[in-house]
Design a protein. Structure first.
Length: 103
């Protein structure tokens, strides 16, 4: 049986999965699913220090998962493609199902 994707795709996906494998980053992505949000607003919502939120956003920006728009001193972030949060929703639904129990 032949693999459905090229080997390079698996390597690239694994590197993005590593970046996404953090609860705060997943929460950020889900907040950005519907609209662009400023760093200051994310800090308020997440109740984390600005430096911490900025570090998470920098990693997401580096992997091109989010983009930034600057307006004066403010930075606004949005998802490059909202489909990136679909696996999070799918896993949430699986964990809620009776067939997939927490170990």
């Amino acid at each position: 049986m032949k693999s459905s994707l090229p080997k390079t795709s698996y390597a690239r996906n694994a590197s993005i999965y590593k970046i996404l494998a953090h609860p705060t980053r997943l929460e950020i992505l889900n907040l950005l699913k519907y609209r662009e949000i400023s760093v200051e607003e994310l800090v308020k919502i997440l109740r984390l220090p600005k430096a911490n939120v900025s570090q998470h956003l920098a990693l997401l920006r580096h992997t091109r998962v989010v983009s930034v728009r600057r307006n004066g001193l403010r930075a606004y972030y949005k998802l490059v493609d909202p489909r990136i949060v679909e696996p999070c929703k799918i896993l949430h639904e699986l964990w809620k199902s009776k067939t997939w129990q927490t170990p």
